[in-house]
Design a protein around this ligand. Structure first.
Ligand SMILES: [Zn+2]
Length: 387
């Protein structure tokens, strides 16, 4: 059955437009002729598409480049301020959000305390945050990206389960899209972090990457072949509630000895409090481990090793070489990182483990916000971003 001609033309136009935007975004400043060479489109098509993009303000001319004999070509670049994206991080204690440009640079940030709100009250707080962020923005809004704790179906924008916020099967994406009239993407915080590491990596971008967020909980975001991998039940990367210690601590999910009770921030602090007899935060644990206090080195080494074992399993299953660790627990520093690396290397198949690079990601502030916006930028501009 043939598609209606009109729809086909429309689809071709959208496809070409995205191809050109992506090329100018990744390779600009770039001439029209080089865009044609890179994309395989004709020069006429490129000129038409670029004309439209210049009218819309997404692409601009920035003068002439070096000549290769003839007349020097006019260079194009994406105007990174031409569209804005809002990224939200619905954290456990604060809902934070930022207005972000097309390169993921924060332009304006608002943070509101959650103060125990959940259910509909927490949804109202999301609206309040968005209203404050959008007041006074000048450029058109490309969309809203939301990073949230819990189990999220990014395809439908539904939060299947977020324990602390008492959200279950909440179609947050649809609710927000309805109210603000723009596309909305929802991902969990680990997935958002993976997207931030991937999308804004620039020259260092690789097609496969695992970002592991180690905060109170532990979760992995998987980027495979340049796309977020969700799994069959949108739970891919939910490594935090795999039982690793049968005689361990009670987990908030109700079971005993989940990975997050050993490797997560809350579990680490509980162990430290038990050892010292007083509340002890990550900073104090790091300092005590640095001073060689046995209780602290044992906790730091144990937490790192537990995470390393989980990473070894991921390496065996996926053979991904770039693993980035983010979140508050990374503040435990070099000793912790060394334990993670040692255990991952010792427990994964040697030829696979040899090529793995485990590192601590860029500063975690706003990584979820940037990741939530990255998903939007990638989707709306048609950036496959694969290299
Ligand atoms: Zn658990």
């Amino acid at each position: 059955m043939a598609l209606p001609t009109k729809a086909t033309h429309q689809q071709t136009r959208v496809h070409n437009e995205r191809l050109v935007v992506r090329t100018v975004y990744d390779l600009g400043p770039i001439s029209r002729a080089d865009v044609a060479r890179q994309t395989g489109l004709t020069r006429t098509t490129v000129s038409d598409v670029v004309g439209g993009l210049i009218d819309e303000g997404v692409v601009r001319e920035i003068g002439r480049g070096p000549s290769s004999g003839g007349k020097a070509p006019i260079l194009l670049e994406v105007d990174q301020e031409s569209r804005l994206v809002v990224g939200l991080d619905l954290g456990e204690e604060h809902f934070a959000g930022s207005v972000v440009n097309l390169r993921g640079e924060l332009r304006r940030t608002v943070e509101l305390p959650v103060a125990g709100r959940d259910g509909d009250d927490a949804v109202a707080l999301v609206f309040d945050l968005l209203d404050r962020l959008l007041a006074g923005t000048s450029a058109p809004l490309l969309g809203i990206g939301i990073g949230t704790p819990g189990l999220v179906d990014t395809r439908s924008g539904t939060i299947r389960r977020a324990v602390n916020l008492d959200w279950r099967d909440l179609p947050l994406g649809a609710i927000v899209a309805d109210r603000y009239g723009v596309p909305v993407n929802v991902a969990n915080d680990s997935q958002a972090a993976a997207l931030a590491e991937y999308t804004y990596a620039g020259e260092g971008r690789v097609p496969n990457l695992i970002a592991i967020r180690v905060g109170r909980g532990v979760g992995a975001g998987l980027i495979l072949r340049g796309a977020l991998f969700q799994g069959d039940g949108s739970g891919a990367g939910e490594i935090g509630h795999t039982v690793v210690d049968d005689d361990g601590l009670l987990c908030r999910c109700g079971r005993i000895g989940c990975l997050e009770t050993v490797a997560g921030g809350r579990g680490i602090e509980e162990r430290a409090a038990a050892a010292t007899g007083r509340p002890t935060d990550l900073e104090a644990i790091r300092a005590a481990a640095g001073a060689g206090e046995a209780w602290a080195t044992a906790i730091v080494d144990g937490a790192g090793a537990a995470l390393g074992r989980a990473i070894a399993a991921l390496i065996g299953a996926l053979d991904v070489q770039r693993i980035v660790l983010i979140g508050p627990v990374t503040d435990l520093g070099d000793r912790w990182l060394a334990a993670v690396r040692r255990e991952a290397r010792d427990r994964a198949l040697a030829p696979l483990a040899d090529d793995v690079e485990i590192s601590i990601g860029r500063p975690t502030t706003n990584v979820v916000v940037r990741g939530a916006s990255a998903l939007l930028v990638a989707r709306e501009l048609g950036l496959s971003l694969a290299r």
